[in-house]
Write a protein that binds this ligand. Structure first.
Ligand code: ARG
Length: 755
């Protein structure tokens, strides 16, 4: 007993001595050197090799980066393999777009859910890939060997591009069927190569109804307490020989090197949690100037424009069930970013992140001041940044509006912009520019016709794709509002000509202009675009009002982006030097690189938090909360009928805690960000205990500054996932496939240390 107490005291001290280990998105390759001891103290029972091994199966082999590309450079979400037949869990919101694609008014699986009862019912997808990391390599020395400080920024970027391209090619040739990606770390101070196996046949296996998978909707998004069953199930397929292949009926389920077993033990406060995945991007080393730039210049217009667009879409979605499905994914993605930016703005202000950044800058400046060599190397870093952000601040507005209210405002603009290449090809060549030689002229003309044909054929599928999820009335409304916002917020001399011309022509009414565009453009309906492609002529396209608008905005982009780009270049150099200076200044501190869509692991513990003075949030939610939130008049809070029945019966089977309560979501203090959605939450024994799906409102500034006391990851408890699959959906075929480990006695950390 005494001994136990002593060891406990040791553990407590051990914890106190650590720099908050919850912060940091670590590269698995370095875990043995940097984190393994720390993780063991917190409850990890696996060896470093079982976590990340190149020659043996390890956790990393069960982690997939999800993308829509067959040759991805980044991943929108993470998935984890949970069976020997390539079954993969991720979030419902990660599968949302795909679930929408398989939905129609008559077969609305977005609303009703979907469960494949056998392999042949699983739904193939055109564009969904799962990438598995094979190995990673440090190529910093090879890249740096080609660089010197005398190079201009352009020369430097070009040298980096050509060196990394060469190294990628060499690695790809050597590795055969693998896809190789290179990435910059620490603001261009380090470079790594990543070798992936990319599987291109990934099928939808199961999804709960949105009333479970998206329970709480946008109201609860980014918030705790949460009651969302945010999971979806896919299966990775391979060619019969096990290699990656496009969809084919004869493909077989992936035989993974490793899959995660699932634990029914549940979580308790302070339990060890590690989360693996592909976080997309953070900006942890951003300066106070950057914080202000985001707050004052960059975010407000985006928040304003997204908010307006969302309101308009909602009108048309509520009015028409087909539009509700067509715009479901676009709306969810935009709403997610919109709320994120609002939350981040509040977080940066409330937590006074600017002041914290200033403190770091003051320390840095002081350190630089103390040494002439440092002064020469780093003396200009902070002033350069300040100046660059100032310049960016004064040039970003016209650029941002042109991009966000113009080119990507109404959908019709971006769509007609896709026809620019065809426009160039159709343009008649003046007599005097044609080749003199008859035969050469004939050949040139034949080539041109062939190119036109090819371009048309490549456009046809994008026309189908576009109109599948398009409503012209909604988009006309968006166009009017976006252009009006653009006109009102940007000085006339920084506007594209077409904007103020049309404003005047239509007596100040962008409604009237939008109406004219939609009435007269071929791009506002599918039949007229298809007719045009059957028999294209230059004049129709050249005079098309949507195309003319797109061209006017595009041409203006070149004019407004120059100054901004120049300041961005000096900024990227300053950021690189700042980063290397910070590391030089704190030689004993272990730095972790910003997220950049590479595989990371984050470790921490299950934790509650205090969101406000005198308010404490528990670390778990239960099914009771689902019923507390129920509101049949609000689509976000409708409770699934079957689920409600089972909750009322308190019939949770083996998925409940020992007291009979079913946990829905839980919190941990892991450090994650967008891209980590769908990531496995793994316990000390390497078993799956949850799926990460969100962050919390009080720490939305977390991508810029980690807040240990407040920042939490929101996870769906794996037992709630199993309960939905098993009891609500009755998909026992899937349960049978899983490697579920029944409650074992909790491992005693004290004993562990004694060994
Ligand atoms: N905030 C989550 C993320 O960025 C997405 C949650 C989706 N849920 C929703 N109600 N839109 O990963």
């Amino acid at each position: 007993m005494k001994k136990t107490i002593l060891i406990l005291a040791f553990i407590v001290l051990g914890f106190a001595g650590r720099l908050s280990a919850d912060e940091g998105m670590w590269l698995p390759m370095f875990v043995e050197r940097l984190n393994h001891t720390d993780m063991q103290q917190m409850g990890l029972q696996l060896t470093a090799d079982e976590i990340y091994g190149i020659n043996n199966a390890s956790i990393k082999d069960a982690i997939a980066g999800l993308s829509t590309s067959p040759t991805p450079n980044g991943y929108f979400c993470t998935g984890e393999i949970v069976s020997a037949q390539g079954l993969m869990f991720t979030n419902h919101h990660c599968g949302y777009d795909i679930i929408q694609q398989h939905s129609s008014v008559d077969n609305d699986i977005l609303t009703n859910g979907f469960w494949a009862r056998s392999l042949d019912e699983e739904l193939p997808n055109d564009a969904l890939t799962a990438s598995f990391l094979v190995s990673m390599n440090d190529i910093t020395d090879s890249v740096m060997a080609q660089l010197n400080e005398e190079m201009s920024d352009q020369e430097r970027s070009a040298a980096i591009r050509s060196t990394t391209a060469r190294l990628r090619k060499a690695a790809a040739d050597e590795a055969g069927r693998y896809h190789v990606v290179s990435k910059s770390f620490f603001e261009g101070n380090e470079y790594y190569l990543f070798v992936y196996e990319v599987f291109r046949d990934v099928r939808l296996v199961g999804a709960p109804p949105s009333s479970i998978g998206k329970y709480g909707g946008d109201t609860d998004n980014w918030m705790w307490p949460r009651h969302t069953g945010d999971f979806a199930i896919f299966r990775v397929y391979t060619a019969p020989d096990g290699s990656p292949a496009d969809y084919a009926p004869e493909n077989i389920p992936l035989k993974p090197k490793h899959h995660l077993p699932i634990s029914l033990d549940g979580v308790q406060k302070d339990d060890f949690t590690m989360i693996w995945g592909f976080p997309g991007g953070t900006d942890r080393y951003l300066t106070s100037y950057g914080v202000n730039f985001n707050l004052d210049k960059q975010y407000p217009p985006i928040i304003d424009l997204f908010g307006k667009k969302l309101d308009i879409w909602k009108i048309y979605m509520d009015a028409d069930p087909q539009v509700r499905i067509q715009y479901a994914s676009k709306h969810a993605v935009t709403a997610n970013t919109w709320k994120y930016l609002i939350g981040q703005t509040l977080g940066l202000r409330n937590l006074d992140v600017e002041a914290k950044k200033r403190e770091i800058e003051a320390t840095f400046a002081n350190w630089v001041e103390q040494d002439t060599e440092r002064k020469a190397k780093y003396g200009e870093v902070l002033p350069t940044m300040e100046q660059a952000y100032q310049q960016m601040g004064s040039t970003i507005q016209p650029l941002l509006y042109n991009a966000m209210a113009g080119l990507s405002g109404a959908e019709i603009v971006g769509f007609s912009q896709q026809f620019a290449a065809l426009h160039g090809l159709l343009k008649p060549i003046p007599k005097k520019e044609r080749p003199k030689d008859k035969e050469i002229a004939r050949q040139a003309e034949a080539d041109r016709q062939k190119q036109i044909e090819q371009t048309i054929e490549s456009l046809r599928p994008s026309v189908d794709d576009f109109f599948k999820n398009y409503n012209a009335a909604a988009d006309q409304h968006v166009l009017a509002v976006m252009l009006n916002d653009y006109y009102m917020h940007v000085d006339t001399d920084k506007q594209p000509e077409i904007l103020y011309q049309q404003f005047n022509k239509h007596s100040g009414s962008f409604d009237s202009y939008a109406e004219t565009v939609f009435k007269n453009s071929i791009f506002s309906n599918q039949a007229s675009v298809s007719n045009f492609l059957d028999d294209p002529d230059f004049k129709t396209l050249d005079r098309d009002p949507a195309y003319t608008l797109a061209t006017g905005l595009m041409g203006h982009m070149m004019q407004v982006s120059g100054g901004y780009q120049a300041s961005q270049q000096s900024l990227s150099k300053a950021k690189r030097l700042f980063m290397s200076g910070l590391r030089e200044m704190q030689p004993d501190k272990v730095f972790y690189p910003d997220a950049n869509s590479t595989m990371r692991l984050s470790y921490g513990t299950v934790q509650d938090y205090y969101p406000a003075d005198a308010v404490k949030y528990a670390y778990t939610t239960t099914t009771a909360g689902i019923l507390e939130k129920e509101d049949p008049t609000n689509e976000e809070f409708i409770v699934d009928k079957k689920l409600k029945e089972l909750i009322n019966l308190q019939d949770f089977g083996p998925y409940a805690n020992s007291d009979g309560v079913l946990i829905v979501n839980f919190l941990s203090n892991n450090d994650i960000t967008g891209g980590n959605s769908g990531s496995p939450v793994i316990n000390g024994r390497g078993e799956l205990i949850g799926i990460a799906f969100d962050g919390n409102w009080e720490a939305m500034s977390g991508d810029i500054a980690f807040e240990p006391a407040l920042q939490r990851t929101i996870n769906v408890d794996i037992r709630y996932v199993l309960f939905i699959i098993d009891r609500v959906a009755g998909a026992t075929n899937l349960i049978d496939e899983l490697d579920i480990r029944k409650a074992e006695p909790k491992p005693d950390r004290v004993e562990l240390l004694e060994i």
